[in-house]
Design a protein around this ligand. Sequence first.
Ligand SMILES: [Zn+2]
Length: 125
Amino acid sequence: MTKLTRQKTITSLQAILIGRRDALRLAMEGNFDDLFIPDRHDHGDASAEGNGAEIASQLAEVESRELIYIEVALERIRDGNYGICEMCECEIDLARLQALPYASLCLPCQREVEKGLRRTNPQVG
Ligand SMILES: [Zn+2]
């Protein structure tokens, strides 16, 4: 794998990330417009209205989290350290970046983190 190939792949991932970021921003605006219009006519279905708002806020939470990951990835591309694992500082596989363009950890480190999270429990000692 030459540096040039890697750089070309990162450039194409940057375009994908920017497209995804713009789509997420639009989707989030759309959600808020569609789901948070107050119904002024009657109060017949207050519970359904509540659920809609709850689902919308959960969706917005997932989308805004993804948006943050994408912004961080784009910043790292600008800084020239995109695709470098934050834990072991190796180069993350291009295949992994293509599957998950905002990945900040290589696969072995990601697995370690997930193992650690699963192991965490209150009965330490
Ligand atoms: Zn790593």
